[in-house]
Design a protein around this ligand. Structure first.
Ligand code: NAP
Ligand code: GLV
Length: 306
């Protein structure tokens, strides 16, 4: 068995050693142009040339939850695309989103500014019922985030493609229920995959449907958000702020207005990191199952893009 690795950010030796521990006879190597064709691949955002040189690739394991970078490429038709599911990302996402929502809900930015100014001042307490949180995407990460937010007693709305039922959550589904979902929400958390149906989904029309004083947390992909529309709604005062972890261009260009906007918090795509040990363990389990024809979770349905 030959396994090709393409993981520019990762520690290749960790993966080579980990795979050799299970398959000592396997040829595991970092891909470079002209490398021998592989049976399986483990990759994050490889170039098109990577797939052009893989005539008999059985599966590619994506080193992340979102497969949008792969879906932009021509992948051989027989190749299964398998994504990471959770693998330690869900709890990180729950931490990040709860932090962003709570910081806004508790007015902590204002208290930090007061502290820097040496000012002792109490704000009126916020009421959970006034902060319905809408989570777009009720998949592996969205569901974990919903559970974490429920612990803080926020009313929760959730939106998915197919109808869902979740205890204590007002569930909406499909484009026909999007407006109602937005109108019921003040804080909007985006955890959708980036597909042709979801790109630019956070725009003037959708964001202006949030309740006044709305807040946006985008932890999915930068191309979900129309940057200029967010800025216009912040400047108009309809939105109170945003926490953004993902951007159309990453790293975020130094001249981008998001950097200096007083109502926007920025992080460099770190809300849920790919963890090597958890990811290796999950991929090994799937790599053992696939050649035996056993069902494997996380296989991407190419026609829907996630
Ligand atoms: P997932 O399990 O596939 O869940 C995706 C959810 O989105 C599902 O509930 C799905 O609905 C819903 N959805 C997809 N298309 C939709 C549409 N057109 N309309 C309404 N709902 C739609 O994915 P996940 O593992 O939770 O990951 C979600 C995304 O998070 C990833 O794709 C990635 O882009 C992002 N992410 C970001 C980071 C970071 O560090 N910033 C880290 C990891 C992942 P159904 O349930 O009906 O199918
Ligand atoms: C990170 O953004 C991922 O999709 O896992």
């Amino acid at each position: 068995m030959r396994i090709a690795l393409y993981n520019p950010d990762g520690v290749a030796q960790f993966w080579i050693d980990g795979l050799h521990a299970v398959w000592p006879e396997a040829e595991v190597a970092l891909w470079s142009p002209g490398s021998p064709a592989a049976d399986f691949a483990i990759a994050w955002a490889p170039p098109q040339a990577f797939f052009d040189e893989q005539p008999h690739l059985q599966a590619v394991f994506n080193l992340g939850a979102g497969v949008d970078a792969l879906m932009r490429l021509r992948i051989p038709p027989q190749t299964q695309v398998v994504r990471l599911e959770d693998a330690g990302m869900a709890v990180q996402m729950a931490e990040y989103v709860c932090h962003a929502v709570l910081r806004h809900f508790r007015g902590l930015d204002a208290y930090e500014a007061d502290a820097r100014a040496g000012r002792w001042r109490k704000q009126a307490p916020a009421v959970h019922g006034d902060f319905p949180v809408g989570v777009m995407g009720l998949g592996v990460l969205g569901t974990r985030v919903v559970r974490a937010l429920q612990g803080f007693e926020f009313p929760i709305n959730a939106w998915s493609r197919q109808p869902k039922a979740l205890d204590g959550v007002r569930c909406f589904a499909g484009t026909e229920q999007l407006d109602a979902f937005l109108a019921a929400s003040k804080v909007l958390v985006c955890l959708l995959p980036l597909t042709v149906d979801t790109q630019n989904i956070l725009n003037q029309d959708t964001l202006s449907r949030l309740q006044p004083g709305g807040y946006v947390v985008n932890v999915a992909r930068g191309a979900h958000l129309v940057d200029a529309d967010l800025l216009a709604l912040l400047d108009r005062g309809h939105l109170a702020g945003a926490t953004l972890d993902v951007f159309r261009t990453e790293p975020l260009p130094s001249e981008h207005p998001f950097w200096r906007h007083p109502k926007i918090h920025i992080t460099p795509h770190i809300s849920a990191r790919t963890l090597d040990a958890e990811s290796l363990a999950q991929i090994i389990t799937k790599l053992q199952a696939l050649p035996q024809g056993l069902p494997v979770a996380g296989v991407v349905q190419r026609e829907r893009g996630y």
